[in-house]
Structure formats: C-alpha cells, structure tokens
Design a protein. Structure first.
Lengths: 323, 194
C-alpha cells in the first residue's frame, strides 16, 4: 500500500510518498521569511503558490495511479497554512478517487520516529519551533506528560538569534556559536513538575547580550540551561512511567548538544536513546504519509465534510488502535 | 540501612534520621548542576518548614548543608496500607492547609503519606513549589485522585471524602472543579500558548 502525505503546519511545505517499508519520495519547498519570524499569512501564500509545482515534482518520480491513500496534516498549526494544505489534499483525494486521512502532526513525529528507529515504547521528547512536549503512550492514547507553558524551544532559540542579529532559522546558528562559548552565565531555570517555560530565559539571555556578554557565551549559556530543563523532564517521565527508551523528534532534534545530554542521561540510567534521520526528525511530508497509512490500515478515514482544519488539535484526541 | 534512588535524590533511611542528598547529573555542566542541587535543597527545607507552620505534620529538618537535608525519621505505616475514608478526609484537610499557604506538594500519593500516632505526615517535598494559582493546585489534587484510582477499589468514596475534607478546611471549590477538568482533558497542565 502506498500513501502520499502533505505537511504544511508552519514554515515547512513538504510532500512525502511512502509504502509500508520505506520512504519512496520526499520533496520540500520551505517558506523562509525575508526578515523576522514566520508570518502566518505570508507562509500560507508561499504554500499555496508552491504546492502545485511541488506536487508535480513528486508525480515525476511516482506514478499518480499508484497512490492508495492521501494524508494531510490537519493540525496543530497555523490556521492559514493548514487550510491551504487541507484544500490541496481534498482536491487530490477527490481527483484520484482515493480515501483521505487527516493526521495529527505531533502523532506523526512520534510514529515516524518509531518506524525509523528501534524504539518500541519510548518517552518521546518532541522539540520544534512551536511545540515542546514530553509524550508517552498510555493504553490507547498518547499522553503529554510535560510541555512548555509558553513558547516552544525552537521559537525561543529563534527569538534569541534574532536579537543577536542572526537570521532565520536561528537554532543552527546558536548551536555553532555555543560551541565556541566558554563562560557559563546562570539563566532562569523554570521546571514545575513536568512542565517548563522558556520565555523568561529568552528575556534574560537578551539582557545578557545587551550588557556586553559575547554572543558565544550567551548562546552557550542558553543551550546549556534550556537543554538541561528538557533532559530533566524527560528523565522524570522515564522514572515516573518506568520506561527505558527515549525518542528525540522535531526540528530541534538535529541539535548535537541536546542529543548528547539525552544520551548521557539515558546511559546513566540504563535507557536507550534514539533519534530518527535528520530529514525525518523535522517537519516533513513522509511522516504524514506514513501515519496516514498506519491509520488507514487500522480503519481510519476522514470524510471530506470532517476534514476541517484543527489548529489546536492535540495528540490525546487520537485513539490509537495499533501496536 | 535502606537506600532509595529516586529521579533526583538518594535517600538513606537510618535509625533516627533520613538523609536526602541530591545527586549530581552528568548531563548538565557543573556550575548549573551545583546551583540547582543547592537551590532545590534549600527550597525543600524552606517548604517543609512552611508546611509545618501551616499546620501540616512533616518531619523536622535537623540540618541542611549544600545538597543534603537531614530530617527526622517518622515511624509509622504508609497510608497506602491503612487507607480509609476518615484518612482520605484528613488528607483533604491537610492538602487545603498546604494550598492556603500557597504550597504545591507535587506528588501527593498514599506512598508519600505516613500514619503515625494518629497523625498523617507528609514526608516528601522533593517536587514541591510555591504557587498561588488554581491550575497547579488542581494538578496536585488530580495526582492524588489518580493514585487512589490506581490502588483502591473504593477510590470514589475515598475521593469524595478527600473533597469533603478539602472544602471543610477552606480549600477552594474551583480547585476541585479544575482537578476534574484536568482528568477530562487527560493531561496535567493546560497549554497557555501554541
């Protein structure tokens, strides 16, 4: 069985085609803001302008008629972007006369990670621009055990990067600078139970920079503090749920220092650490295609009249009836 | 001597005293690690004292040094092995006292409560913090309800007794309502922002 998936909840516009075994095609055409952060309307305009050509690129590589299921990211995400993606998916499904499956974006991150690593029943740390969550399965639902109380770690990194004169995406630039950092400055470390917050830390780091501290040291201090918070909450979830696998997913999963901290934590408590290949860790169409395929095989289908976008779609809302 | 290895701390139970030491974490750099362990140890001792002043039985803190707290050992039975409606009602009263003092315990379960000489002691404040908002109080109550559900067949009666005690002692009704909502949304904390 072959599924096509369209992802476009925020800056990423991506189409993937998968079968049960592997990714067949993955094509990307991301929106890159000229300056500042992501503007939802501009991003959605980008998506609607580029979707047709992106789709043609995909169909140069796979035969249209081989597609069995059309999947799309139904939420969570930016409303205008979601609407473009949902409209395209509906049209395609009708045109191909194939079933449509609306997929939860967060669920897709976790499922593609389980598909492409050895992780079976992990605590997942999902870190991206807009989302930062600690997720684990309990019975027939995934549950969020901890999450950011304000902004996602990716947005926090972007905000700091912009303040220090660096362009979008800021995460990789902060990572590079941090490697050269030497002096650690304490920043607000906010963990409450299983939840955490980054906005106070961003403000404090911006002030540090304004007071003349070198960019390298600000970046270093920021990463060390923020990633320690994420690692601590992940460890708490492992202990609380008595699990022994950690899966790191989302765009920020590419950060080597975050990977290293989680690896050390896992090593010290005898847990295993997994991270999917980079192109499948960040937002991508293949994860939507794969999760759509999985759901379709387990009886899910989204009738057109129920394919409305869900900007606040939560992972807990999906009943999971597969292994 | 018994040693318990929790997520954060190593707890040694000696004849008269309990020694709780926050262990270093290798994944975070030393300066931050030390700061966190020392700060949290100090905070825990402060919260234990605040809870006592609020009328909640806790072990007496005998010494705080760096990352280590030495406290009185409470001999008794874990509430898990002695649960009744009267006990759950008293847990409700004591939780209301904590909340009126803006103390969020963070882990109210029958394993963390000890019945000793007819009094119920709260023994572990390792996850506690100060907060005056309804949400964390709701989470506190929710965690207790979940632990009842996991351990007792008559958890509904025990839950209702807790609610009686909580309200009787001046705990806010909206906290109970919030605890129910948290259960319905199937998670612990409300998302503030995307």
């Amino acid at each position: 069985m072959i599924a096509l998936g369209i992802e476009g909840t925020a800056w990423s516009l991506s189409i993937g085609v998968v079968d049960e075994e592997d990714v067949i095609v993955l094509e990307n055409d991301p929106y890159i803001p000229k300056e500042g952060g992501i503007h939802p309307r501009e991003a959605s305009q980008h998506h609607s302008e580029r979707l047709p050509s992106l789709l043609s690129r995909v169909f140069e590589k796979v035969d249209k008629s081989s597609i069995d299921v059309v999947a799309f990211s139904q939420g969570p995400g930016m409303g205008p972007c979601l609407r473009v993606v949902a409209t395209a998916a509906r049209l395609l499904a009708v045109k191909l006369k194939k079933p449509l499956v609306g997929v939860n974006h967060c669920l897709a991150h976790v499922e593609v990670g389980r598909w492409k690593t050895e992780a079976k029943n992990p605590v997942s740390l999902y870190v991206s621009g807009g989302n930062s969550q600690v997720i684990a399965r309990r019975g027939n639902r995934y549950r969020v055990f901890g999450e950011t109380l304000d902004i996602g770690i990716g947005n926090a990194l972007d905000k700091l990067a912009r303040h220090m004169g660096l362009k979008h995406p800021g995460g990789p630039k902060i990572e590079e600078l941090a490697k050269k950092g030497k002096d650690y400055y304490l920043l607000p470390y906010v963990v409450k139970g299983m939840d955490f917050s980054f906005s106070g830390m961003v403000t404090a780091a911006q002030r540090l920079y304004d007071s003349g501290v070198a960019r390298e040291d600000v970046a270093f201090s920021f990463q060390e503090t923020a990633f320690a918070m994420l690692t601590e909450v992940t460890e708490r979830a492992l202990a609380y749920l008595d699990l022994d696998e950690v899966l790191l997913v989302g765009g920020v999963a590419a950060n080597k220092r975050l990977q290293e901290m989680l690896k050390i934590m896992c090593g010290d408590r005898g847990a295993k650490f997994y991270v999917p290949p980079r192109e499948l860790a960040g937002d991508n169409g293949a994860m939507i295609a794969y999760t759509g395929l999985l759901m379709y095989k387990h009886g899910y289908q989204t009738p057109i009249e129920k394919s409305y976008v869900r900007p606040d779609f939560r992972i807990e809302d999906v009943e999971v009836n597969w292994d | 001597m018994k040693v318990h290895l929790g997520g954060e701390a190593e707890v040694k139970i000696l004849d008269d005293v309990v020694v709780k030491k926050r262990v270093p974490k290798r994944y975070r750099i030393e300066k931050l690690d030390r700061e966190l362990r020392f700060r949290r140890t100090k905070m825990e001792a402060k919260i234990i004292s605040a809870a006592r002043r609020a009328g909640v039985p806790t072990p007496i803190v005998l010494d705080v040094e760096g990352d280590t707290i030495v406290m009185e050992r409470i001999y008794g039975t874990p509430v898990k092995n002695a649960m009744s409606e009267d006990i759950s009602r008293e847990v409700g009263r004591l939780t209301a006292k904590l909340h009126k003092a803006n103390i969020i315990h963070g882990d109210i379960t029958p394993m963390n409560l000890i019945l000793s000489d007819g009094r119920i002691y709260f023994i572990d404040f390792g996850l506690a913090f100060f907060d005056n908002k309804v949400e964390p109080m709701g989470v506190d109550v929710h965690v207790y309800f979940e632990s009842l559900k996991a351990s007792f067949d008559d958890w509904e009666k025990l839950r209702d007794a807790f609610i009686e005690g909580y309200l009787e002692e001046g705990g806010k009704e909206e906290v109970i309502v919030r605890a129910r909502e948290i259960e319905e949304r199937g998670r612990y904390v409300e998302r503030v922002n995307m």
